[in-house]
Design a protein around this ligand. Structure first.
Ligand code: ADP
Ligand code: XUL
Length: 523
């Protein structure tokens, strides 16, 4: 028997998935939801409220407390943590944690007190900027100007300077909270922070997630010193050198051995970003598969042969945790936009899905620009939903058409901005909280004119962590691991309906036109 644990500290929850590689099955799949289970953090969707809609931060102590809560809950269910032979995991990308004492210098965690109490005094900045934040446009411009322009940043790091990326966010902390920045001795991504908690030492950032900071030279795999200097003074002293994703960053801290019964010496493998981890959890480490994650954000991603950048400047190149690179495009208006439409009409997810069979592809020309919040693809720093079409639709009096409109617009926006990834895929494989919604699957299949599938194990990011631990610690090959744990669900096979092509050609033209008008007005 060999158990491997994958953790995923995502936007709205912390989940744990354990695989048994001998029996080739999942033996644990459990999660703590930040909004429901930790209401005192006042973050129903994992994000703190803010008067400025561009500012999105989270309380890092919420992630710490979630870890203790999750491990306690699973232990109380009778699960034996000592069976776990290796641990890895993932975090929502780009978010940053600022510490005045490096974890390595903080001394061993005391098993007598909850971790959250021991972390509180280590924070130099109380709240963590996270990926939904779009408040750093001026910092992006300043960084670009200092290193010779946006194109230079794109060619070095695989991404234009992007508001939610960690470098611009660090620069904003330096500018707006100079004393807190001065007091900071170590900066983590959510992924390396979670790994550091478990290891009780300072875990390095991996190349997969590190590529989402506007700081990493993709080709050398090292921080770029011009970008570090352009971002904030003394930044190189506050970041450990990045490491390959399979690197062991420590062994489990005594705290977890004494409190939960983990086996002393259990290796911790570097954590990665949730999207790079999902690439592994979907068995897609070689180019060829096209993946869509429908979580809080929607993302389209794929493994790639080399670091080819998006000519339109919206996409990113991240590290593939199995080596090489991956492409990714992120859409901020994902599940929370769908939730807003559902809530407006009091629809549960099953009624939301049914709205698709009650309406027609192309939505009789009714169209929505679904930017309930600011958007990263395309770049829109002002939120705003616009409806076009029949008077009833425009007056929000047609619930089913509104549902179809948000889904069609999201799918058209994804299709339009994912062209650069390369050849039309044979199929699209979905993951994330919304991926099992039949209405969403139908619209994506028709808009992309491509079959849609889902995987039998849905929690791809946590599974990716468990598989990475099994690969690094258990010496199991990717091929064997994917054969055992990654299979398309035979019950979900959504074929595109060819008769919808002309309706979507027309709607796509209308969408492009309205979007172009909006962009020319606002940017
Ligand atoms: P994250 O990893 O970003 O925290 P998840 O992948 O867990 O997010 O997805 C959470 C989201 O999934 C919720 O915001 C919710 O809107 C959405 N969701 C959950 N179930 C459904 C469903 N049946 N249909 C559509 N959306 C769903
Ligand atoms: C990717 C991105 C989001 C977060 C949260 O660039 O910002 O997908 O990783 O899931």
């Amino acid at each position: 028997m060999a158990y491997f644990l994958g953790l995923d500290s995502s936007t709205q929850s912390l989940s744990a998935l354990v695989i048994d590689t001998t029996e080739r099955r999942v033996v644990l799949d459990e999660a703590v939801n930040f909004g429901r289970d930790l209401p005192s953090y006042n973050s129903p969707h994992g994000v703190l409220p803010n008067a400025d809609p561009r500012v999105c931060h989270s309380d890092p102590l919420m992630w710490v407390e979630a870890l203790d809560l999750l491990l306690t809950r699973v232990k109380e269910q009778g699960f034996d943590w000592s069976k776990v032979s290796g641990i890895s995991g993932a975090g929502q990308q780009h978010g940053s944690v600022f510490l005045k004492v490096p974890v390595a210098d903080a001394g061993a965690w005391s098993a007598a007190r909850p971790l959250v109490e021991q972390l509180r005094p280590l924070l130099s900045v109380a709240t963590s900027p996270m990926w939904m934040d779009s408040s750093t446009a001026s910092e992006c411009a300043e960084i670009a100007a200092a290193v010779g322009g946006r194109a230079r940043v794109l060619s070095l790091t695989g991404s234009n300077p992007i508001e939610r990326f960690t470098g611009p966010q660090i620069r904003k902390v330096w500018k707006t909270q100079p004393a807190a920045y001065q007091a900071t001795r170590e900066i983590h991504l959510v992924s390396s922070f979670m790994a550091s908690l478990l290891a009780g030492t300072s875990a390095a950032i991996d190349l997969g997630d590190g590529a989402g900071m506007n700081l990493l030279d993709l080709r050398s795999g090292r921080w770029d010193h011009h970008l570090l200097d352009a971002t904030a003074p003394g930044l190189s002293e506050r970041l450990r050198p990045p490491v390959a994703s399979e690197t062991q960053v420590g062994t489990i801290a005594r705290y977890f051995v004494e409190r939960y019964g983990f086996r002393a010496g259990t290796p911790i493998i570097a954590f990665s970003g949730d999207n790079p981890s999902s690439l592994v959890g979907m068995g897609a480490i070689e180019p060829g598969m096209r993946l869509i994650s429908l979580g809080t954000s929607d993302t389209v991603f794929a493994a790639m042969d080399g670091p080819r950048t998006d000519p339109n400047g919206f996409g990113h190149v991240f590290g593939n945790p199995a080596g090489g690179f991956m492409s990714l495009i992120c859409f901020t208006n994902g599940s929370l936009a769908r939730e807003q439409v559902a809530q407006r009409f009091g629809l549960d997810w099953s009624a939301f899905a049914s709205a698709i069979s009650e309406t027609r592809p192309g939505n009789r020309g009714n169209l929505m620009l679904p930017f309930f919040s600011t958007e990263t693809t395309p770049r829109l720093l002002e939120a705003g939903v616009e409806l076009f079409g029949s008077p009833e639709f425009v007056a929000w009096q047609r619930p089913a058409e509104a549902v179809r409109a948000v889904l069609e617009a999201q799918a058209l926006n994804m299709r339009k901005h994912s062209d650069w990834i390369g050849h039309a895929p044979r199929q699209l494989v979905l993951t994330g909280g919304a991926s099992r919604n039949a209405g969403i699957q139908r619209v994506i299949a028709d808009v992309f004119h491509t079959p849609v599938r889902v995987l039998s194990i849905g929690n791809a990011s946590a599974l990716g962590g468990a598989l990475r631990a099994a690969h690094a610690v258990g010496n199991l090959s990717w091929g064997d691991l994917f054969e055992a744990f990654v299979a398309l669900d035979p019950n979900v096979r959504v074929e595109p309906d060819a008769s919808t092509r002309s309706a979507y050609a027309a709607l796509s033209d209308a969408f492009d036109e309205k979007l172009a008008q909006r962009l020319s007005r606002t940017n």
